[in-house]
Ligand binder design. Sequence first.
Ligand SMILES: *Cc1c(COP(=O)(O)O)cnc(C)c1O
Length: 220
Amino acid sequence: MSIYERVQAILKELPPGVTLVAATKTRSVEEIRQALDAGITVLGENYVQEAEKKQAVLGRTIQWHLIGHLQRNKAGQAVAIFDLIQTLDSWKLAEELDRKARAAGLVLPVLIEVNSGREQQKSGLFPEDVLTFVNRVATLENLSLQGLMTMGPLLEKPESIRPFFRLTREIFEEIKKQGRPGVEMRILSMGMSDTWRLAVEEGANMVRVGTAIFGPRPGQ
Ligand SMILES: *Cc1c(COP(=O)(O)O)cnc(C)c1O
């Protein structure tokens, strides 16, 4: 199947209201164009510089999301090129993004990344720390909290990730219930190539898919 056909097949299978983000790290502008032709409207990039280069060619008529870890010294560049930061993972980064967004005269939409598997080497907030973090982020005037994102642990059987998606969904619902001003819980971003169906079953309304669209990455 071509990139075009794979995108169309996934879009056809996704329930209404679920957004398909094409995870485009290492993919060429030409590959990305094929995905856009097939109906992709949101690109997820992992690295600021790579996204800058591609955006210079592809423009901003599509949405650009940051789905990789953001270093604080790149916050200004990130504010300039991304429509949504899916990977807010520390208070220091939140403060810096807020500052840069204010300087740019905009309110930046963000998702909090949840380290749902409590893995030492992964970024994101531990589940038990998310609620407190939400209340702090809500005080930052130039950030607009829109929801949660999680990767979940990499496990041999895709099905094993379900409890981590479920946990993230529960936190999402709990925050929503609090109804705190300045906090919108609109986006729940979970699921990748092997797990997006499971994620949708567990309540995701945004999935991030790379290899199932573009094929294996070189070296994978
Ligand atoms: C690469 C990546 C994806 C997509 O992964 P695939 O397995 O290629 O679908 C999703 N989310 C994040 C954060 C990624 O870095």
